[in-house]
Design a protein around this ligand. Structure first.
Ligand code: TYD
Length: 137
């Protein structure tokens, strides 16, 4: 699986008259080993989450229910994705600034990561993030 800085991933949806099922296997359906799973829900629609980049963690975000927007920024280019379908994920490599916002009341955002939680690898200051991107070139 080709790794871009960020991109949508389409999952295979197994559906029949009993309903739908999506299976996500590490290094098959997403491009990393899964070490952490968390989910975000009950977010006020005025609230913005994220506002950080990670030096080590990669992520795949899936709106299991409802919808939200994700602004991504690799220090050069910005894009906004809408997540509203459990058939698709948004892959984010390390060193991508992310902001999740406009959560619908019923939104449940599943997040998979290749790293366990370590607050030390989070960059929470945007100027520091841009400087680290610039220095890494
Ligand atoms: P935070 O990263 O600020 O959430 P968001 O990016 O969605 O705004 O995390 C909120 C709190 O949860 C913070 O105290 C750190 C803690 N946390 C963990 O303990 N483990 C985790 O995997 C994550 C993502 C957060």
């Amino acid at each position: 699986m080709k790794k871009e800085k960020y991109c949508k991933i389409q999952f295979t949806c197994l559906g029949d008259k009993k309903g739908y099922l999506i299976a996500i296997e590490e290094n098959e359906d997403i491009p990393f080993d899964i070490k952490r799973v968390f989910y975000i829900f009950d977010v006020d629609d005025e609230e913005m989450r994220g506002r950080h980049a990670n030096r080590k963690s990669e992520f795949v975000m899936v709106a299991l229910h409802g919808n939200c927007k994700v602004r991504v920024d690799d220090g050069k280019q910005k894009a906004v994705f809408t997540l509203s379908n459990p058939n698709e994920g948004l892959y984010l490599s390390k060193m991508v600034w992310k902001e999740m916002f406009e959560f619908s009341k019923d939104a449940v955002l599943l997040v998979l990561s290749n790293e366990k939680y370590d607050s030390e690898e989070y960059i929470r200051d945007y100027e520091e993030f841009v400087e680290e991107v610039r220095c890494s070139e």
